[in-house]
Write a protein that binds this ligand. Structure first.
Ligand code: MF3
Ligand code: CO
Length: 261
């Protein structure tokens, strides 16, 4: 079979029209992120942030991708300190000086999705937390450099893992990035670590392929545990975790970041 495929099934690259629709979703995503960044400070609740994000998305005529997805109840995931991903916003959850907060959100515009996440410190944060955030963002940047025709999913995984482990942190194994388009999650999976050579690692990056690349990085060990609420994922050792994500398209000569400002 020619072209990218996984387990005998073709992965269809997006048309130019589909890519422009996704870019529009991505612009709304970026504007929502900018509003959230301004609002994040000690004393704000994660429910406040959820309202800000939902209003920004709906004012733009779009819809939150996550709300209702597999029963998820909110617009954003707000993951504080040792929460890796999928923290449900709450009126009871106040941000405090020294916390780190990862915000993940999806925007649906005319049936297509843009997905992205960022992590910030609240007020003054300790040096290790600062380094964790910087290393995770740089790991995503290192992955974006690998996005070009001729490379494979393995190049993305290797770039993230290499960057993170050289800094002494660990890459979460239990959760991965993904293809994206008319569905929030499409094939191929996009792991942030290399494990073997078959399966998804050989999937070729061809122009029009759209993926959400999302390193999740723990300050301690990579093991995670599922919280009793059925959503929240925490580090097993209680160490802090950071998360960055962009939705990108493979172009003729590289990478277009659809969720870029
Ligand atoms: N952003 C998550 C992802 O990257 C999806 C969150 S799941 C949801 O795949 F249920 F919260 F939507
Ligand atoms: Co995602």
């Amino acid at each position: 079979m020619s072209g990218p495929h996984i387990r005998g099934r073709a992965i269809r690259p997006k048309s130019q029209a589909e890519l422009e629709t996704m870019r529009h979703a991505g612009k709304i995503h970026a504007r929502t992120v900018a509003r959230l960044r301004e609002a994040i400070e000690a004393g704000v609740t994660t429910a406040d942030l959820d309202r800000i994000a939902e209003a920004a998305i709906r004012e733009a005529g779009a819809e939150p991708s996550f709300k209702g997805y597999r029963g998820y109840p909110a617009t954003i995931c707000a993951s504080v300190n040792d929460v890796v991903v999928h923290g449900i916003p709450s009126e009871m959850e106040l941000l405090h000086d020294g916390d780190i907060l990862a915000v993940d959100l999806g925007v649906e515009w005319e049936g297509y999705h843009a997905d992205g996440a960022f992590t910030v410190g609240v007020g003054e944060i300790d040096d290790e937390s600062r380094r964790l955030i910087d290393v995770t963002r740089a790991a995503l940047d290192a992955a974006l450099v690998q996005v070009r025709p001729g490379n494979t999913i393995r190049d993305i995984a290797q770039a993230v893992q290499g960057h993170v482990e050289a800094a002494g942190f660990s890459v979460v194994r239990a959760l991965v990035g993904h293809g994206i388009g008319a569905a929030l999650h499409e094939p191929p999976q996009v792991p942030n670590f290399v494990d073997g050579s078959g399966g998804v690692y050989g999937v070729e990056l061809v122009p029009g392929l759209t993926v959400a690349i999302e390193p999740m990085v723990n300050a301690g060990a990579f093991d995670v545990v599922q919280d009793a609420d059925g959503w929240k994922v925490r580090t097993r050792d209680g160490s802090r975790s950071a998360h960055f994500e962009h939705t990108v398209a493979v172009t003729a000569d590289g990478c277009r970041t659809l969720t870029a400002p």
